[in-house]
Design a protein around this ligand. Sequence first.
Ligand code: RB5
Length: 146
Amino acid sequence: MKLAIGCDHGGYELKCEVLKHLNERGIEYIDFGCDSTASVDYPVYAKKVTDAVTAKEADLGILICGTGLGMSMAANKVEGIRAALCHDAFSAAATKEHNNANVLCMGGRIIGPGLACLIVDNFIDTPFSNDERHIRRLSLFDPTMA
Ligand code: RB5
């Protein structure tokens, strides 16, 4: 399991907490930046992470901005990316199980590190159900699931 992770200035502090957690769990990742709270443009980091996922350099992506909203909008423009904005632990598991989400988006100005790390764990640890009905529904909007 290898993750691609990226953030903007609004998500930088939460990303640092998530990276600490990934290190503790021994989960491999590529950190695509940014590397400080200096203002940057979130679509740049969404592109780096989604490129890594579509190129299969990473199995899953994590994107963090102030709200998670801009990152999720930008990520979902990329074919083959199913990005889910999650601020609760149930959704993080459900979007893997039902939607086969491959990018998790969160907002550093919305949730704290404890909940964020629980969301990350549920996202990483929950497999896609592979149920025929979910594959059928996903293939209705994502040709890479057909
Ligand atoms: C940056 O101020 C903020 O707009 C960004 O982090 C994000 O919340 C966008 O959706």
